[in-house]
Ligand binder design. Structure first.
Ligand code: BT5
Length: 276
């Protein structure tokens, strides 16, 4: 499918009829040629989508948007320790885009990268740093029209299942345009925060020079905070506690037990324990 609306927001949209993984495509392209920031690879037929930690992102052909966006944090002097915000910013952009499409439902961000409608996953984000260390490919999957009997896992949902019509097959373009619009806006604020640029004022996020705008906005959308959670850590161990807040790098701080001990988690899988 073509993405005429999204093309007005990105610097370039490479629309593919079908591909294995839009992240792989963009990583390969960006390694081969000099691409502008906000170059996008998008399709609604992704056949070998990747999730985090070697997992798969699965959707029947033509029912889910896969989009990867190139950003260059280093061009804006974003230090490496702040790169943790990038998937969170993408998740927040998707949360806002989905909220606009389903205003009557509860849309939240589950740390670090899932967008949930009423607790069910409609979108996931996978960010990958390019070998040059300068660029990041931010990939997002968004379930558009997957019917109930074709959901890949029982914890998934789609926009259509929440009442969003796919008028003339344009939902993918509409959703991508909404997402890219939010992502560009948040990116401008994020990079201005890094530069301490007092000239950038966002109507919702306030003055970038005050700092904390992105952290406050992500925290507001993040339904993990305040919850009793179990964290499955990449080393195979687990930790239970209360998710308290996000630190200056976007890591999740968890309070454990009653003696005020905290643990900071940079990567891991969170289970909101009330869903168990
Ligand atoms: C993610 O990983 O959620 C990141 C998914 C990123 C996909 C995009 S699509 C464009 C770009 N190109 C790629 O190749 N990837 C990116 P993770 O947090 O690891 O979640 C994966 C888990 O979500 C799976 O193990 C399933 O349990 C579940 N899952 C798989 N497909 C799903 C779907 N369509 N909807 C909801 N949940 C799904």
């Amino acid at each position: 499918m073509e993405f005429p609306l999204a093309t007005t927001i990105a610097n370039r949209v490479i629309a593919l009829d079908e591909t294995y993984s839009t992240n792989d495509d963009l990583v390969e392209l960006a390694s081969a040629e000099q691409l502008q920031e906000f170059t996008v690879v998008a399709t609604i037929n992704q056949t070998a989508g990747r999730g985090r930690l070697g997992r798969a992102w699965v959707a029947p052909s033509g029912t889910s948007l896969a989009a990867s966006v190139l950003v260059r944090p280093q061009d804006a002097s974003v230090p490496l320790e702040r790169y943790g915000w990038i998937p969170l910013i993408a998740g927040l952009a998707m949360t806002r885009a989905v909220r606009r499409l389903v205003p009557e439902h509860r849309v939240t961000l589950k740390w670090p990268n899932d967008v949930l409608i009423n607790g069910l996953k409609v979108s996931g984000v996978l960010s990958e740093l390019l070998p040059d260390g300068r660029s990041v490919v931010v990939g997002a999957g968004l379930n558009l029209t997957i019917p109930a009997d074709a959901l890949p896992v029982p914890t998934a949902t789609s926009l259509a299942l929440n009442g969003v019509p796919d008028a003339a097959g344009s939902l993918g373009d509409l959703a991508l345009a909404a997402y890219l619009g939010e992502l560009r806006r948040l990116w401008t604020v994020f990079t201005a925060e890094e530069l301490g640029d007092a000239g950038v004022v966002d109507e919702e996020l306030g003055n970038a020079a005050d700092g904390g705008g992105i952290r406050a906005a992500v925290s507001e959308a993040c339904s993990t905070l305040g919850q009793s959670v179990r964290v499955d850590l990449p080393d195979g161990t687990e930790q239970k506690g209360i998710a308290m807040d996000l630190d200056e790098s976007g890591r999740l701080r968890i309070s454990i037990g009653s003696n005020g001990r905290t643990q900071t988690v940079a990567a891991g899988d969170i289970t909101h324990l009330r869903y168990e």
